[in-house]
Design a protein around this ligand. Structure first.
Ligand SMILES: Cc1cc2nc3c(=O)[nH]c(=O)nc-3n(C[C@H](O)[C@H](O)[C@H](O)COP(=O)(O)OP(=O)(O)OC[C@H]3O[C@@H](n4cnc5c(N)ncnc54)[C@H](O)[C@@H]3O)c2cc1C
Length: 375
């Protein structure tokens, strides 16, 4: 699709090779839990945190390379790709971008070494899409109070990046789960088996070095982090689509009905053609947004990011569902990769900003700035 550098080619081909040789056999055995043996292997071979600076143990590459890695792995093992997405595009990345030296030294190396995860806590019981209405507050003397919900990966994390309200506005900081006043209240199990948790903060004292973003630039910084998270989410969804499509293509050539492979019926050929076209359109939108980010200080454009996230995740649900359709009743059985992928893909339309919120973003830019430039 694009001219890749030698380094990008190496990332893609190495990870495709590792995923197919090492992850394929148990690719659908993880039920939403992080596949630690895969994660350790990726860390050992230097493919965890490839977009994190080398001084913290990362690969020193960019987000585009991180996205290539997520796509290569997710085409084979969705849970390993989800871990890569969370730990390369979300909380640890925010710590690397905005954290103090003490915070980077303390929190990033265990992630890049494949030992720990770092969670992200934004949502609250009364504040989901409407992030600005959050009630988790930090006082001037850095005392945190409030509540967060739907936080993924707590069971495997010592720390979380938490979005909060400082007296001067929105910002973020890092907490550790064993600190006084941090109380994990409840764990929920989501549709694909992953754990999401509720946390309460009661007068938690935050050390100065754990403040991430605060003050007049905090909002732009948060946006920078959030837009990369959204592009990572789009990439993850595209990898699920490709994973499902490979299985559907294969099955359609083997399964025979009415004396011929079902893949030779035009009804199935047209499904496959639509699925591939949608997948490639989603990938183009996603990579365009990532590759254009250098134009504005590595912040992906709001319009391009929301279109990529909206289209890729919405189409992924459709593509995976069509792949399941091609598998007939086989694909509908519990334990079949397609039914697992379907449940996993569904969450992507909600996480990192719902479809509706992406549409609001797109419409707001369109109304303010008119049609985007032709080129
Ligand atoms: C798999 C998964 C993992 C997640 N992981 C995390 C995590 O690690 N950390 C974290 O903090 N959160 C996490 N979340 C939560 C996620 O960020 C929220 O679900 C999301 O922001 C939406 O918030 P909500 O669920 O409260 O829905 P609400 O905001 O209550 O929305 C409900 C419905 O109303 C629609 N809606 C709301 N406002 C508007 C509007 N202005 N216009 C049109 N429609 C609107 C929404 O699109 C949605 O369809 C995760 C969610 C999922 C599914």
């Amino acid at each position: 699709m694009f001219d890749l550098t030698a380094e990008q080619e190496m990332v893609l081909s190495s990870l495709e090779d590792i995923a197919r040789k090492e992850f394929a056999d148990r690719a659908f055995d993880w039920h939403g839990e992080p596949p630690w043996e895969n994660i350790e292997l990726l860390a050992k071979r230097g493919f965890l945190g490839i977009n994190i600076a080398e001084e913290y143990g990362g690969g020193g590459m960019g987000e585009f390379e991180a996205m290539l890695s997520i796509e290569a792995v997710g085409t084979v093992c969705p849970d390993t790709a989800e871990f890569l997405y969370n730990q390369q595009m979300v909380a640890p990345r925010a710590i690397e971008m905005f954290g103090s030296e003490e915070a980077k030294d303390r929190y990033i190396p265990p992630v890049v070494d494949g030992e720990k995860a770092i969670a992200i806590a934004i949502s609250e019981p009364e504040s989901g899409s409407d992030v600005g209405s959050m009630r988790t507050t930090v006082s001037d003397d850095l005392v945190l109070n409030g509540e967060k919900i739907w936080v993924s990966n707590i069971k495997h994390s010592d720390a979380a990046v938490v979005w909060v309200k400082y007296p001067e506005g929105l910002g973020s900081l890092i907490i550790e789960f064993d600190w006084d006043g941090v109380e994990v209240q409840e764990h929920y199990t989501n549709m694909h088996g992953g754990t999401q948790s509720q946390i309460r903060f009661n007068d938690v004292e935050i050390p100065e070095e754990n403040v991430l973003t605060r003050g007049k630039d905090a909002f732009v910084d948060q946006l920078k982090a959030l837009n990369w998270e959204r592009l990572g989410c789009a990439t993850l969804a595209n990898s699920f689509s490709r994973n499902a499509m490979e299985k559907a293509l294969d099955y359609s050539q083997q399964r025979e009905q009415f004396g011929q492979p079902i893949g030779d019926f035009q009804g199935i050929e047209w499904k496959l053609a639509d699925m591939l076209t949608e997948l490639e359109a989603g990938r183009m939108l996603t990579y365009r947004a990532a590759l254009n980010a250098h134009k504005q200080g590595r912040i992906p454009d709001r319009l391009e990011t929301s279109m990529a996230k909206l289209y890729s995740t919405e189409r992924a649900e459709h593509i995976v569902s069509e792949a399941l359709q091609i598998h007939g009743a086989n694909g509908y059985q519990q334990g079949h990769p397609l039914e697992y992928l379907y449940r996993m893909t569904r969450g992507r339309r909600l996480a990192a900003g719902t479809d509706e919120i992406q549409k609001n973003q797109i419409a707001a830019v369109l109304k303010k700035s008119g049609m985007p430039d032709l080129v």
